[in-house]
Ligand binder design. Structure first.
Ligand SMILES: [Zn+2]
Length: 378
């Protein structure tokens, strides 16, 4: 027997909502936003469309309680990463209690449970008190312009971000920072070492220092929620042709950050490395550029939301596990805007890889837990 929640999930997977900033030709969020808005309206909710960029709009479903109370936001992103290497990414396949397809785990499974939760409350007599918001946002997989726009207009007393946590109650996650490093050399014919200066070899010196720094960062005392920071060399480019000394090399790197680390810590670390290399070799030429960062997140310790959701998880016979997630989420943006948030979503596997699935029973369990949470919290 098909459950409506699962039907919603299948419909979401069937729509190509690949983030167009990540993958050229990606479907974007216009079609999926229309579908979600229509589903919410059919369920009797007030729906607002918040245009964030051309063809990219957040959808906000609003359910007002009959009395004053607290407000709870359920927030999820509609976009997915690309589909390269997948056979049938938009063809939802149900097998052995799993649903396969791009976005099934990240995070159309969580989104479907949140949509179904607010619809179920609306049709079962509505919300006794407070207010419930369903916020389906654009662009989480790239620059989170959706969540950035959302918090300029919509606030709540708490939020649940339905990213896939394997039913763990995530009360924090790491931040990240992107830095670009360029080394300079001197182009020359490959047969003339006296004239050439090799920018790629110079980058190798930077890379060796970065690797050492990464080991040092990862051997620091772990934060109880965030663990340790880390860094990796993500993208590298340089050189002109085989027979020429390369006069440039560019590296784009990512540093994952934890609470207590200074703003722009990666940029400062890289500048220190470049200064050291310059003082060791006056000919060494390199520069660093800060590209982008998002802060780590911690749910306020005294907030009752983690406790409440923990009791609901335990009430279903599961052991409530509280902790941090490694990946960054829109919860950091909601948190910065003064909305205490947790991250909670279904089990699955394969997010961002070619075989992705979510467990059906978890999508349904998340829905039921969110229904109880909203009625208890608001
Ligand atoms: Zn996600």
């Amino acid at each position: 027997m098909s459950d409506r929640t699962i039907d919603i999930l299948r419909d979401l997977i069937a729509i190509d909502s690949v983030n167009p900033s990540l993958a050229s030709g990606g479907g974007g969020e216009a079609e999926i936003a229309n579908a979600i808005a229509a589903t919410l309206r059919r369920g009797g909710l007030d729906v607002e469309i918040q245009e964030v960029a051309a063809g990219r709009s957040n959808v906000i479903g609003i359910l007002e309680g009959r009395q004053q109370g607290r407000s709870l936001m359920l927030c999820g992103h509609m976009d997915t990463v690309g589909v390269a290497g997948m056979d049938a990414p938009f063809d939802p396949v149900q097998k052995d209690g799993r649903i396969y397809g791009r976005g099934s785990q990240d995070m159309k499974g969580g989104l479907a449970s949140m949509i179904a939760a607010i619809l179920r409350i609306a049709e079962n007599g509505g919300l006794a008190a407070g207010r419930m918001l369903l916020a389906a946002v654009v662009d989480e997989e790239y620059a989170s312009i959706g969540a950035d726009a959302l918090v300029t207009k919509w606030k709540a007393d708490a939020a649940v971000v339905g990213e896939p946590t394997d039913m763990k109650i995530a009360v924090g996650h790491k931040g990240f920072e992107w830095v670009e490093i360029t080394t300079e050399g001197v182009a020359a014919h490959g047969s003339r070492p006296a004239d050439g200066r090799d920018a790629i070899m110079r980058m190798a010196r930077v890379l060796a220092r970065l690797e050492k720094l990464d080991h040092e960062i990862q051997s620091r005392k772990p934060h109880p929620i965030h663990g340790t920071g880390s860094l990796h060399a993500s993208l590298i480019n340089g050189g002109r042709e085989l027979s020429t000394y390369p006069d440039w090399c560019t590296l784009q790197m990512e540093r994952r950050t934890i609470a207590g680390e200074p703003n722009r810590c990666a940029f400062l670390e890289v500048e220190k490395i470049l200064d050291d290399l310059k003082s060791e070799d006056p000919e060494f030429k390199a520069s660093a550029k800060f590209l982008f960062s998002r802060p780590p997140y911690l749910t306020p310790e005294d907030h009752d939301l983690p406790q409440m959701i923990g009791a609901l998880v335990a009430g279903r016979g599961m052991k409530p596990v509280r902790g941090g997630m490694t990946f960054w989420t829109d919860a950091a943006i909601l948190g910065e805007a003064g909305i205490p948030s947790i991250v909670f979503g279904p089990r699955g596997a394969g997010l961002h890889s070619t075989l992705e699935y979510v467990f059906e029973e978890d999508v349904l369990a998340c829905r039921d837990i969110l229904i109880e949470l909203a009625t208890g919290f608001c």
